[in-house]
Design a protein around this ligand. Sequence first.
Ligand code: HEC
Ligand code: HEC
Length: 222
Amino acid sequence: MKLTLSPMFAAIGLAVGLATSAQAQVTGNVEAGAGKVAMCIGCHGIMDYKTNFPEVYRVPKIAGQNPKYIETVLGEYKKGTRKHPSMRGIAGSLTEQDIADVAAYYTALGDIKGAPELAATPPAAKADVAALLQKGACVSCHGDNFSKPIDPSYPKIAGQYPDYLFAALKAYKDDTHTTWGRGNPVMAGMAKQFSNAELKAISYYIGSLPGEIRTVPQGRFR
Ligand code: HEC
Ligand code: HEC
C-alpha cells in the first residue's frame, strides 16, 4: 500500500511544527522566577553551603551565570545526563517555563549595577598550570578571562568555587554510574586528558580569578 499524506495530515504536521517552535520561544521572566526559587535558596542562597555527595564540595555559584547555560544544564539534570540526585529531583519538578523563569531570575540576581568590568585577560597562571590550560585550549570556549564563553549555553567559570570546579571536572571523566557523573562529550574529552592532580591545579587557578558569578545570600523566608 502506498501512503500518501492527506491535506488534513499535512495541516496537523504544520500545527505541530508551530507548537514546537512556540515552545522553543519560552522566555524567562525575572519576577515570575522570584516566586519559584524558594526551594533553591536553601542551597544556592547560602554562602559556602556544602553538599556531601559524592564528596564534600560547595554548591555552585549560579547568580550572574549565563541564562542559556542555566536552562541547558537544568535540562541535563532533568534528562539524567547530569546525575546529581538532588538536582535531578529538583529539575524534574520544573516545567520549561519554570526553568526559563528561574534562569532569568538568577542571571539578574548576579548583575550588580556599577560593578567594574572584568579585565579581558586574567592574572597569569603559574607556568605549570598555564601549560595545562594551553593543552586543553580552555580559553577557546570559555573565553580569555573564563567569563566570556563563545556560546551562551557554555558556562562562565572564573571565580567559581574551586572545590566545585574540581568535582565537576572529575564528574565529566566518569559517566558509568547511576548517581554521579556527567555525560557531556565535549567536556569528557577535555577532562580525561588530565590526572586528578592536574584538574585540581586547574580548578584552584580558575576559582581564584575575578568573575561575574556569585552566591547572593538570601534569607529562607522573605
Ligand atoms: C539540596 C541542595 C540544592 C537545592 C535545593 C538546589 N540545588 Fe542546584 N545544585 C546543588 C548541587 C550540589 C549542585 C552541583 C551538582 C553537580 O555536581 O552536578 C547544583 C547545581 C546546580 C546548577 C548547575 C550549576 C553549574 O555551574 O553547572 C544549577 C543551574 C542549579 N543547581 C540550579 C538550581 C535551582 C534553579 C534550584 C531551585 C529550583 C536548585 N538548584 C536547588 C544543590 C542544590
Ligand atoms: C570545545 C569547547 C570547550 C573547551 C575547549 C573546554 N570547555 Fe569546559 N565546557 C564546555 C561546555 C559546552 C560545558 C558545559 C557542559 C555541560 O553541559 O555540562 C563546559 C563545562 C565546563 C565546566 C563545568 C562548569 C560548571 O559550572 O559545572 C568546567 C569546570 C569546565 N568546562 C572547565 C574547562 C577547562 C578547565 C577546560 C580546559 C582544560 C575546558 N573547560 C575546555 C566547553 C568547553
